[in-house]
Design a protein around this ligand. Structure first.
Ligand code: SF4
Length: 219
């Protein structure tokens, strides 16, 4: 009981500092509807959001609906997304998820977690990105930044992303889940980077297990 209170106090301090550092964090992928966000999120695996944004304007114009992705010639779709990397697998994921959307959901991206994760290529992270940013339904999208930063801060000891999500859900008020995800992602990109976290510059350091004890806490 005591340790959960200590942890909740620590989270309160962390959230306050994150709000000061990143007061208005947003999804950096450009999109105008849930389908576009789904496609952009699939493309963003192992690729920067900037690069994804540089190809999606033309992509979305060429393929304006789930039906259009279904009917796309695979090689042509691959060519349109080539610079995002892993273009063969990503093109298949986009086509297969679009096919399921057309065949099972009348061409509209569903807004329920249990239905979204049934789409090929869509896991809980992508589903939470879509729910939080396209539908305004709270969720913590656990990507590489969220899992790394939350582990260093001592908010989770889990490795499995679904379990990390559960730990963070229990610590942060539901209304703050989407903002918290964006803040951890921004912090992971700017300061708490994978290889050399800039702890000496980090305002979260007094609250951070790794920052205060880098020799004993695994980065
Ligand atoms: S103190 Fe270091 S490890 Fe902790 S959040 Fe800041 S940059 Fe990351």
């Amino acid at each position: 009981m005591g340790s959960i209170h200590i942890k909740l106090n620590k989270v309160k301090s962390i959230l306050k500092i994150l709000d000061e550092m990143y007061p208005n964090p947003k999804c950096s992928l450009e999109f105008e509807n849930p389908l576009q966000l789904m496609v952009a999120t699939i493309l963003s695996a192992q690729c920067t959001d900037e690069r994804v944004n540089s190809i999606t304007a033309a992509l979305f114009a060429k393929y304006p609906s789930a039906r259009a992705y279904c009917d796309a010639v695979l090689e042509e779709l691959e060519e349109s997304i080539r610079s995002a990397g892993f273009y063969h697998n990503k093109a298949i994921a986009i086509k297969e998820s679009s096919k399921a959307i057309v065949e099972r959901f009348g061409g509209e991206v569903p807004k329920q977690m249990e239905l979204l994760v049934q789409l090929p290529g869509v896991g809980r992270k992508t589903a939470n990105v879509i729910l939080g940013n396209a539908f305004g339904i709270p969720g913590i999208a656990v990507d590489t930044h969220v899992s790394r930063v939350s582990a260093r801060l001592g908010l989770t000891s889990q490795k499995d992303r679904d379990k990390i999500e559960q730990d963070l859900n229990a610590l942060v008020d539901r209304s703050g889940w989407v903002k918290f995800s964006h803040q951890l992602i921004q912090h992971g990109r700017k300061i708490c980077t994978a290889k050399k976290p800039r702890c000496s510059l980090c305002p979260l350091r007094p609250q951070c297990d790794y920052g205060m004890n880098p020799d004993t806490v695994k980065a």
